[in-house]
Design a protein around this ligand. Structure first.
Ligand code: AHG
Ligand code: MN
Ligand code: MN
Length: 355
């Protein structure tokens, strides 16, 4: 019988790494086993479970009747809804119902807040999410993602307007995404660095892959839909001309924000979705796309701006508010900002007496 005091487990790299699951990591990050820590750990685990269900569907989408293509409906964004959008949204709803954790859901695919009274008031968290990001890629088997943010519920929201959610992004207590690519990767932060987990299908667990990820101060990637050039304000046109005329830059754009951001997080560079004629405020939605990624970007030493202010300082006036987004390496975001500043200086403000 080995004496417990002298037993030294042979926890080498492989065993150590394979035993660091997401829920365990959250508790380690919080350095607590108290009820709040347990709730947040369980909440993250439910998000991971939703990710596993979506990943499973995506890997078989081509074989499953009725998994691909459009539903024929348009969502609150005025966008055509893919069957996978609906499936993934329903996965998140069912995974959090009866969870006792989350009282409200805010989704890109649901116009209004979804209340789960059975979870209130115990579950004092709200989950805000984009169930499938980059859904134009679903039918062509290219990467897509899910994006999420977690906020604490402030007050009882008795008028069911969710007004406590219309605050700046620094009120997020957790944020992250799941990237459904060759492997399924979950990246998250609870404000103590950015960490990546890879789904090990043989274990059915997300296993820690990298901790405290830092965005390089500069990278060669610039990620933007240049087909919108004709719709941009001058500063963005000036910026793209600069990209075209200087060595050392590569254009990379997948049509899925999560994949494009993940490349920037790992290799550096900048992603931008400026305002266009069609979407003057930009296409991306603040509460469940830009703000969660901005939270990660800042935690990883990067930067995220609307072009006017830090994304995390922007206070929305509605749930599905859109903002322009410029996000990535400090130096590359600052380069874009320099073109915005330059145009402002060139065109001094028109004095009110003249206007
Ligand atoms: P979603 O599929 O959730 O609507 O998000 C799509 C977004 C984002 O993922 C991507 O960066 C952007 O739309 C692509 O827009 P364009 O096709 O206009 O470039
Ligand atoms: Mn999206
Ligand atoms: Mn979406």
């Amino acid at each position: 019988m080995t004496n417990a005091q002298t037993y030294q487990p042979t926890v080498d790299g492989a065993i150590g790494r394979d035993s660091m699951t997401l829920s365990q990591h959250v508790l380690q990050q919080l350095q607590s086993f108290g009820p709040d820590a347990q709730d947040l750990s369980a909440l993250m685990n439910r998000i991971a479970f939703a990710g596993k269900l979506v990943a499973r569907r995506l890997t078989r989408a081509g074989l499953v009747e009725d998994a691909l293509g459009f539903t024929g409906r348009t969502n609150v964004q005025g966008e055509s809804v893919k069957k996978m959008d609906v499936y993934a949204n329903d996965v998140f709803v069912s995974v959090f119902q009866q969870s006792g954790l989350v009282c409200r859901l805010v989704s890109e695919e649901m116009e209004d807040i979804y209340y789960m009274p059975e979870n209130c008031p115990i579950g004092r968290y709200t989950l805000l999410y984009d169930p499938i990001d980059g859904s134009s890629n679903v039918d062509i088997n290219l990467n897509v993602g899910s994006i999420f943010a977690v906020r604490r519920q402030i007050g009882d929201d008795l008028d069911q307007t969710g007004s406590d959610l219309l605050t700046h992004g620094r009120d997020q207590i957790a944020a992250g995404y799941i990237l459904y690519g060759p492997s399924t990767v979950l990246v998250y932060s609870i404000g103590k660095g950015v960490h990546a987990f890879t789904l090990d299908p043989s274990l059915g667990e997300f296993i820690l892959a990298s901790e405290n990820i830092q965005i390089p101060q500069h990278g060669s990637n610039y990620s933007v839909n240049e087909g919108n050039f004709w719709q941009w304000d001058d500063p963005y046109r000036d910026y793209i001309r600069y990209m075209h005329r200087h060595e050392g830059y590569s254009g990379r754009y997948s049509g899925a924000l999560v994949g494009d951001f993940h490349r920037i997080l790992m290799q550096g560079g900048v992603f931008l979705y400026p305002g266009t004629i069609k979407n003057p405020q930009g296409k991306l939605r603040l509460l469940y796309e830009s703000a969660p990624l901005a939270f990660l970007a800042e935690q990883a030493g990067g930067k995220a701006t609307t072009g006017e202010q830090a994304v995390l300082d922007f206070v929305p006036n509605e749930l599905h508010k859109r903002t322009p987004l410029i996000i990535g390496s400090q130096e590359d975001v600052q380069l874009v900002e320099s073109f915005i500043q330059e145009r402002k200086i060139e065109r001094p403000p028109v004095p009110s007496s003249v206007a």
